[in-house]
Design a protein around this ligand. Structure first.
Ligand code: GTP
Length: 529
């Protein structure tokens, strides 16, 4: 049987299960965390986008309402003033009242149909009497309809937007317009309006005008900056509202919601850096990990326990087969198996080992047996002698030999000679006890070992066998005789080989004394039991 090199097989079933179970559990943990991360990420991004879209829409609605309210106030004041355009005093009073009453804008001017400013509050502006000339300022003269101008730099040098409302006299002729100024830099009404709507978590808003320039931003310095490159601002310029992930003009990834202010075509954008949302996610994942790890460890212990429980019968079978291979165990003790495959494996191995054991036993017996007589041969004899010697079992030895056997062979042939040998073996068996050890030591020479039988008793047995042989008809060969020599171990000699030699010598003595007789060796050690 080929011997398996254990060094080359450092991986046994237990280790294999340990590795596989650990890998499986870790893979499931990783998979659970990874999928959870992906799902959470999608949910968080979607929720943030939706929250920002809703927030931008709300601010756009608030801004729209504010602008409409300003336009309504301008309309009402314009209707009051239009019939008194020739009275600077009345104009000033009305504009002053309006500015202090509403607090909805930072300045107010009245412009006649020729584009000349005929009234302005606060009076510190110092613009009364000037004529509007630039494109933005004069646009209400062309539109002659409610209109939000700007952002633009006013004649007084303020960056502003300006809701304007036309005035018509009682004949329906265009009489000029009244314009409210909303400053964009510093502490201003638009900033207060938008900043009132507090929103947390690093979400911030900005507002763009119809030309894609910033009209509100928490960073005052950026007001007036052109941000048309921003994808979201691009959508607003197309008059589209919605939400999207975008990289802003500063190169930062943002989750942006955006909405259009219908009255002014301004765009309101509420956005939060993606990184902030992701940092929430990593906190969530840390929490998930904390709650998952104890269960994973528990799962790992369970899987390892179960794996070891499954592996145990196979592992014990492997150990057993190793012992069988080493020749240490061919009894094949019981191995508890609790599932079909292991039971079958155990039974198959046990019956193979048993068959193997029986075969080995048979081969061993055959090696120790004489094929013609089925008595023990010399090898069998030596084994028995070794064991008796080790156990100090005293025994008598009878050496016997067929007289003139050559004549039998010569007269009747070799086959008849064989039959004679077999028959003599039979007679030996019938004259011996079960515990006696009978051997064919050579051609027609035999030895009988009689444990715990003294030399006299052995003499009687030898005599009985001699007489029995002489009386027996050996088929074609007729009658034969045998000569026998007896000794005893250790009574004749402590030396086993010498005791055997003494039996042999007695046999030759018997031959010499005329054959068909029994001779004894002399007892040397009388006091040995
Ligand atoms: N048929 C047969 N003959 C055997 C066998 N083994 C040995 N012989 C014969 O046994 C005979 C032994 O002859 P010898 O040793 O001269 O002794 P003997 O003729 O028996 O004479 P004594 O022993 O002196 O009485 C020989 O002829 C061997 O050939 C065997 O297995 N079968």
């Amino acid at each position: 049987m080929a011997h398996i090199n254990k060094a080359k097989h450092w991986l046994d079933l237990k280790k294999l299960i340990l590795i596989l179970a650990t890998l499986c559990v870790l893979a499931s943990l990783f998979n659970a965390l990874f999928s959870s991360y992906q799902v959470q990420k999608q949910v968080m991004v979607k929720d943030t986008l939706e929250a920002n879209r809703a927030y931008a829409t709300k601010l756009a609605d608030v801004t729209d309402l504010f602008l409409q309210s300003v336009l309504m106030q301008l309309k009402a004041s314009g209707e009051t003033i239009v019939s008194h355009l020739d009275s600077p005093e009345l104009i000033n009073n009305e504009l002053k009242q309006m500015l202090t009453r509403t607090h909805s804008f930072d300045s107010i001017v009245l412009v006649n149909a020729q584009g000349e400013i005929i009234g302005a509050q606060p009076s510190s502006l110092g613009v009364v009497g000037t004529t509007l000339i630039n494109e933005a300022e004069t646009s209400p003269l062309r539109e002659q309809a409610p209109f939000i101008v700007g952002p633009f730099v006013s004649p007084a040098g303020n960056l502003m937007v300006s809701p304007t409302h036309p005035m018509f006299d009682n004949k329906g002729n265009f009489a000029g317009f009244i314009a409210a100024g909303i400053y964009l830099k510093g502490d201003n009404i638009l900033g207060r309006l938008l900043a009132n709507h507090h929103h947390q978590d690093k979400t911030y808003i900005f507002v763009t005008g119809p030309n894609g320039k910033l009209i509100y931003h928490h960073d005052d310095h950026r007001i007036g900056q052109d941000v048309t490159d921003n994808e979201v601002v691009g959508s607003l310029l197309q008059k589209v509202s919605g939400s999207t992930q975008v990289v802003n003009t500063q190169g930062v990834a943002m989750l942006a919601g955006y909405a259009l202010v219908p009255t002014s075509d301004w765009g309101v954008v509420a956005q939060r850096p993606l990184e902030v949302t992701m940092s929430h996610l990593s906190n969530t994942m840390k929490h998930v990990l904390k709650t998952t790890v104890p269960f994973t460890v528990f799962l790992l212990i369970c899987v390892l326990g179960l794996g070891s429980f499954i592996a145990k019968p196979l592992w014990r079978l492997a150990k057993l087969s190793e012992q069988v291979q080493d020749g240490r165990n061919i009894d094949f003790p019981h191995v508890p198996t609790w599932y079909y495959e292991a039971t079958w494996l155990y039974q198959a191995m046990r019956s193979s080992v048993k068959n193997l054991g029986a075969q080995i036993q048979r081969f061993d017996d055959e090696r120790k047996q004489d094929q013609l007589t089925h008595l023990f041969n010399r090898r069998g004899m030596e084994k028995w002698l070794e064991s008796a010697y080790e156990q100090r079992i005293p025994f008598s030895i009878i050496a016997l030999d067929i007289d003139h056997f050559k004549k039998v062979n010569d007269t009747y042939g070799h086959d008849v000679g064989d039959i004679v040998i077999q028959k003599l073996a039979e007679l030996m068996r019938t004259n011996a006890r079960e515990q006696d050890h009978l051997c064919r030591s050579g051609g027609e020479e035999f030895l009988m070992f009689l444990p715990h039988v003294d030399i006299n008793k052995a003499g009687n047995i030898a005599e009985r066998l001699r007489a029995c042989t002489a009386e027996t008809q050996f088929d074609e060969a007729g009658h034969i005789t045998i000569s026998l020599g007896i000794s005893h171990w250790p009574l004749c000699s402590d030396d086993l080989h010498h005791a055997l030699k003494l039996a042999d010598r007695s046999l030759y003595q018997a031959k010499a004394n005329g054959r068909n007789r029994v001779e004894h060796a002399v007892l040397a050690n009388h006091n040995v039991a």
